[in-house]
Design a binder for this molecule. Structure first.
Ligand code: BDP
Length: 325
C-alpha cells in the first residue's frame, strides 16, 4: 500500500468533497454597505440562498456587510477589476465608473420609485444595464434607493435657501457635488460610514439621504431637521463582475438572473415598510419633517445641471426618454 503523503491526503480530501456534492464549490465574495436587517442586506441573503439552490450548491455567496471590505468608491473599483464578485451599489458612486448612468442622479428626474421602476424595468433599464456591462458590471436586479432628502444639525429647514452656506456631506459622485454647489452650499464628499462622526463633530452641518439610511446610521439622533425634498429618487443595483459572469455556464447564468430578479422584488417590498418605520422612529425622537411643497423654485435653481447633461452625448438620449414619459 502507498504511504499517505500530505499531498495525497489533500487530493483524497478534495475528491471526497467533490464526490459528496457531485461537483466542486465556488465561493463568491459579495460587498454590501448596510447592516443586518436592512432591506438591501436581507434581499442579498435571499439572493445568496437562491443561487445556492439554483446551482445545486456549486456557488456559495458570502456577504460582507457594513462596508467591511472598503468604502463604496473603492468597492466599485474592486468589482470592476474582479477582485470581488458581487455587490449592491447606489447609482451615485456607480456612475463615476459608468458615466452614462449620471442621468439617473439628476435631481427631480423621477417623481417617485414607481416612476423610476417603470423605466428601469423596461427598455431604459436594459440600456443602462448595457452601459454598465461595458464598464465591467452585470446588473442582476434594480433595487430601490428611494427619495433622498436634506437634513441638518442645529439648522431649521423651511426652504432650500436655508441650506445656503452649509457644509453638506454628499456621496463621491459628480452630480451630487454640482447639485450642492448650486444651492450655494459647500459639498463635502465623505464615505458613508464617516458621516455620523462628521455630523457629531460639526465637520459637516448637513447630509442628504433616504429615510432608511437616515435612521439605520443614527443620523436622526443628531440631525433634527429634515427638509423632505426627495430631490433624487435614486436607483441601486445588484451587480456581478463581468469576469464572474463570463465564467458561468448558460444554466448558471439563468439561475443567477432569476435569483437577482427575486431578490429585487423582495427588496422593494421590504423597502416600503422600512421607509415608514424609519420616519416613525425619527419622529418619536423629536425629528421635525418639513415637506417641500412646490419643487419649481428648486428645479429652476438646478437648471444648469439639466443643460449640462442634455448636451452630454452620454446622457442625452436617456434623459429625453425619461422626460417624455
Ligand atoms: C445609501 C445607499 C448607499 C450609499 C449611501 C451614501 O444605500 O449605497 O452609500 O446612501 O449616502 O442610501 O453614501
Amino acid at each position: 500500500m502507498m504511504p499517505r503523503t500530505p499531498w495525497r491526503c489533500f487530493a483524497i480530501a478534495c475528491l471526497l468533497l467533490v464526490g459528496a456534492t457531485g461537483h466542486a464549490q465556488t465561493k463568491l465574495r459579495a460587498w454590501n454597505i448596510h447592516p443586518d436587517g436592512y432591506p438591501v442586506t436581507e434581499a442579498m441573503k435571499r439572493f445568496a440562498s437562491l443561487v445556492a439552490q439554483g446551482t445545486q450548491g456549486r456557488y456559495q455567496v458570502e456577504i460582507f456587510s457594513n462596508a467591511t471590505l472598503g468604502d463604496q468608491p473603492k468597492a466599485v473599483q474592486m468589482l470592476k477589476s474582479g477582485e470581488i464578485d458581487l455587490a449592491e451599489f447606489s447609482s451615485g458612486p456607480l456612475s463615476d465608473a459608468a458615466p452614462g448612468l449620471k442621468a439617473l442622479n439628476l435631481p427631480f428626474l423621477f417623481t417617485d420609485s414607481a416612476h423610476m421602476f417603470k423605466h428601469l424595468d423596461g427598455k431604459l433599464g436594459e440600456r443602462f444595464a448595457a452601459k454598465l456591462q461595458a464598464a465591467g458590471f452585470v446588473v442582476l436586479g434594480w433595487y430601490d434607493g428611494g427619495g433622498r432628502s436634506f437634513y441638518c444639525v442645529n439648522r431649521p429647514l423651511n426652504s432650500f435657501k436655508d441650506l445656503a452656506g452649509a457644509r453638506i456631506r454628499v456621496q463621491q459622485s459628480e452630480v451630487y457635488l454640482e447639485m450642492v454647489k448650486l444651492l450655494d452650499a459647500t459639498p463635502v464628499a465623505l464615505p458613508f460610514k464617516e458621516v455620523m462622526g462628521a455630523l457629531e463633530k460639526g465637520d459637516v452641518d448637513c447630509a442628504e439621504n433616504n429615510m432608511p439610511s437616515f435612521e439605520s446610521t443614527g443620523h436622526y439622533k443628531v440631525a433634527k431637521s429634515v427638509y423632505v425634498t426627495n430631490h433624487v429618487i435614486s436607483p441601486e443595483a445588484l451587480v456581478v463582475s463581468t469576469k464572474l459572469w463570463a465564467s458561468l455556464s448558460a444554466a448558471d447564468k439563468t439561475a443567477f438572473s432569476k435569483a437577482g430578479a427575486e431578490s429585487a422584488a423582495l427588496m422593494r417590498e421590504l423597502w416600503n415598510k422600512r421607509v415608514a418605520s424609519a420616519i416613525e422612529t425619527a419622529s418619536k425622537q423629536g425629528v421635525q419633517f418639513v415637506r417641500l411643497k412646490d419643487p419649481a423654485p428648486m428645479v429652476r435653481r438646478m437648471s444648469p445641471l439639466y443643460g449640462k447633461y442634455m448636451n452630454d452625448p452620454s446622457t442625452r438620449e436617456e434623459l429625453l426618454s425619461i422626460i417624455s414619459n
